[in-house]
Design a protein around this ligand. Structure first.
Ligand SMILES: Nc1ncnc2c1ncn2[C@@H]1O[C@H](COP(=O)(O)OP(=O)(O)OP(=O)(O)O)[C@@H](O)[C@H]1O
Length: 344
């Protein structure tokens, strides 16, 4: 990967009066039994990760697995009990308080599940608020807030109060506010969980659109694998405070590192995740093809054509045929059957 913008080394976050007992020289150690006996919760433990600049990194896991706590450590809202959080190679915990505040105010933006808008401020006031905190003069901050409001499609509603907006519109305000400071790191903590499915999809498209324009580094928490698949470059799956595996959706589905990841990804929408490369068989010399499919194309994009064709399709990469997919391969994928002849 290119040089990470954000990294964690051995990060742990413990809660409980006796938490200090389990940290020595900045390192955490303790078995689940010892922690339980001491009444300590290890909300996050032994987390190592690297997030590349411009990446959309999704953190998934069941309720209580430690996602929010990890993100609070990554965004310097809470200090880890052990380990390092490195922002552009600088340990957040070792930097002077003033630098940390400056990074939080100028380089990080956050969107929360319940919008966290200020009810007594208008849309304009809410979006301009973080700029006010930065000390930006009124005219300048309002100009910037107007730009952000336009960016998320809420122009004309600047004077409304949050209670006068729908859930989706309120979250657009949350998004505009989080982007107002022009952050390098954009944290979204279950941003669409409170919205109904149609609006949720619309908002996912909105994040993809904004990401296409702004190229932020995104750290996105969700419970929903479909949502993760739509937005993520890579996904980290958490269980009991640890990261079980980090990979693309395709890597997690094809090569789950643990039984937990296998179970977690069992219901994943395979046709939207797997590519032609991962289901193709070895081509036979002189085969007659119905057409060509790019190796990186997702199954959902070509399934219809392949299913309707009696002839197989060639899988191509850089103009060369590297494999073949046929009707049977489609059926195997959709029922989750593994094929012996699948190319590595
Ligand atoms: N301030 C706290 N004091 C004590 N325990 C805490 C605190 N915050 C979190 N925990 C515990 O740490 C564990 C991880 O919580 P966390 O909120 O990070 O999980 P999560 O995966 O984000 O859950 P959810 O999806 O429900 O938001 C849980 O067991 C939780 O009870």
């Amino acid at each position: 990967m290119s040089h990470p913008i954000l990294a964690c080394r051995g990060v742990a976050k413990l809660f409980g009066a006796n938490a200090g007992r389990f940290v020595k020289d900045g390192r955490f150690s303790g078995s689940p039994e010892e922690l339980a006996a001491a009444g300590v919760t290890a909300a996050v433990r032994d987390v190592d990760l690297d997030i590349a600049r411009g990446e959309t990194f999704v953190i998934m896991g069941l309720s209580g697995s430690g996602k929010s706590t990890l993100v609070r450590c990554l965004s310097a809202l809470t200090p880890p009990s052990a380990g390092e959080v490195l922002f552009e190679d600088h340990d957040l915990m070792k930097m002077p308080e003033g630098d940390l505040i400056r990074i939080r105010r100028h380089q990080m933006g956050m969107v929360f599940q319940h919008f966290a808008l200020l009810p007594h401020l208008t849309v304009l006031g809410n979006v301009a608020f973080p700029l006010d905190v930065q000390g930006m003069p009124r005219a300048k901050r309002e100009e910037r807030a107007h730009e952000m409001i336009k960016l998320v499609g809420l122009q004309g509603r600047e004077g409304r109060f949050p209670r006068e907006l729908s859930g989706g519109q309120q979250q657009r305000v949350g998004i505009a506010r989080s982007l107002a400071v022009g952050p390098d790191l954009w944290f979204l903590d279950e941003p669409f969980s409170a919205l109904d499915p149609l609006i949720r999809r619309e908002m996912q498209d909105e994040v993809l659109r904004l990401q296409g324009m702004l190229k932020k580094t995104i750290i996105f928490i969700t419970h929903d694998f479909d949502e993760a698949v739509r937005v993520a470059d890579r996904i980290a799956i958490m269980k009991d405070g640890r990261i079980e595996q980090i990979g693309t959706a395709e890597e997690l589905v094809l090569n789950p590192a643990t039984d937990y990841v296998r179970a977690f990804t069992r219901e994943a929408p395979r046709a939207k995740i797997l590519t032609a490369r991962s289901i193709m068989a070895t081509p036979v010399d002189g085969a007659d093809f119905a057409g060509e499919i790019q190796a990186g194309a997702r199954i959902a994009a070509f399934a219809h054509d392949v299913e309707a064709s009696p002839k197989p399709y060639a899988v191509v990469e850089d103009g060369k045929v590297i494999g073949v997919v046929d009707r049977l391969a489609m059926i195997d994928v959709l029922v989750g059957r593994e094929r012996k002849s699948v190319a590595a």
